[in-house]
Design a protein around this ligand. Structure first.
Ligand code: GLN
Length: 390
């Protein structure tokens, strides 16, 4: 009799995604899904038509492995007017299967096993397994309650421990923080002083509130050569299932990323890249309307949560809110999230999946509000059934 099939050490240290698991539980209990961050409203008609047309026109074979030329050209143009970055579409851009693949490809291309990288916590859950898969070792730096700011001395100490890189997600999932220019300048200073790279996940760059402006870290003095700017189409154009993302880096780093990307996936879906090229030509009014719509969704969601008795900090960007549920007399996030999905009919994400050690998140759950008004209103009605114990 043969022994049991073996699995590699590198997959022993992380679990399956809790966010995706909450979506499965949501579907099982026919609940309202405010867990996994994907829209339940339609994507723009123009890009759906463009994707259909591309398939009809037989753009059905591999695109250039690092991205269809027109998509990269249009990306460079948009990066000029929106992000203020000077990008060469042939040298600096690699199109990937979502920002998720961009991040892991960038890490595999630049970090050696044993290298240290800084992760701000609470963190988006992919970053920890990304590190495990790359063989790199995370150093966690806390975003402290109540306002989710890092402590400068703690950040400096993390760099001084020999960090080769930092991952920064701005606007931030799950905290809703948008880091200020002063905060980013401080970080840039440390990256330069310690010769570290920055992986910036800017997937929520267009989802900002109260007049805030997006600042790409790569635009700060001295950062263009050491920043890998990552983003994608999922959130800005409401197409999370298309899996079209990209990263922007120096020619040298891009060459390394392209090698990893090529052998991991060959390329992102060709017809959807054509539709992405159309999306990038949307006028500024599209992005203005996106902000208006998200501002309304934010207020529907936050007022429902406030009325129900959750505590939370202001949300400055992205479409999540980390809440403290201590008012309901329960003190374990997984237990509370399961109660919420089964008994109340609203799915959230347990706070522990955003922290290391996980116990730091035991009084928190995350909600997302990238949903139709009706969905948010219905969820709010269900949440009124929660009983406050204080
Ligand atoms: N970024 C989204 C979230 O945090 C979706 C994650 C995912 O499932 N890829 O919920």
């Amino acid at each position: 009799m043969g022994s049991a099939p073996r699995v590699a050490d590198r997959v022993q240290h992380f679990t399956e995604s809790v966010i995706r698991e909450m979506t499965r539980l949501n579907n099982l209990y026919d609940s309202i899904n405010l867990s996994q961050g994907f829209p339940d409203f339609p994507a723009p008609a123009e890009i759906k038509e463009a994707a259909i047309k591309a398939i009809r026109d037989d753009i059905n074979q591999y695109a250039v492995t690092w991205g269809a030329p027109n998509l990269r050209r249009n990306l460079a143009e948009k990066y000029r007017w929106f992000n203020g970055m000077d990008v060469d579409p042939d040298k600096h851009i690699t199109v990937t299967c979502g920002a998720t693949e961009a991040m892991i490809s960038a890490m595999l291309a630049t970090l050696n096993p044993g290298d240290k990288f800084i992760v701000l916590q609470p963190f988006y859950e992919n970053y920890w397994p990304d590190g495990m898969i790359s063989g790199a070792e995370p150093i966690f730096v806390s975003l402290h309650a109540p306002d989710f700011r890092w402590d400068e001395a703690e950040m400096r100490a993390a760099f001084a421990r020999g960090a080769r890189a930092i991952i920064i997600n701005n606007p931030n999932n799950p905290t809703g923080r948008v880091f200020t220019r002063a905060e980013l300048q401080f970080l840039a200073g440390l990256c330069i002083e310690y010769n570290a790279l920055a992986f910036t996940d800017e997937i929520y760059e267009h989802i900002l509130y109260d007049g805030r402006q997006h600042i790409s870290l790569a635009t700060l003095p001295g950062m263009a050569d050491r920043t890998i700017t990552i983003s994608g189409f999922s959130k800005t154009y409401s197409v999370t299932g298309w899996r079209i993302g990209y990263c922007i880096a120096t020619e040298e780093i891009s060459k390394a990323i392209r090698k990893v990307h090529d052998f991991l996936t060959v390329g992102a879906p060709a017809p959807l890249q054509e539709a992405g090229a159309v999306a990038l030509k949307f006028p500024r009014a599209y992005y203005d309307q996106l902000r208006v719509d998200y501002t309304r969704r934010r207020s529907l969601c936050l007022s429902a949560l406030r009325d129900a008795g959750f505590a939370f900090e202001p949300v400055e960007g992205a479409y999540y809110v980390m809440t403290d549920f201590s008012n309901f007399g329960m003190d374990h996030d997984v237990e509370f999230a399961h109660y919420l999905v089964k008994e109340i009919g609203v799915a959230s994400v347990p706070g522990s999946s955003f922290y290391m050690p996980p116990d730091l998140g035991r009084h928190q759950v995350r909600f997302c509000f990238c949903k139709r008004d009706e969905t948010l209103i219905a969820a709010g009605e269900r949440l009124t059934q929660l009983k406050r114990t204080r």
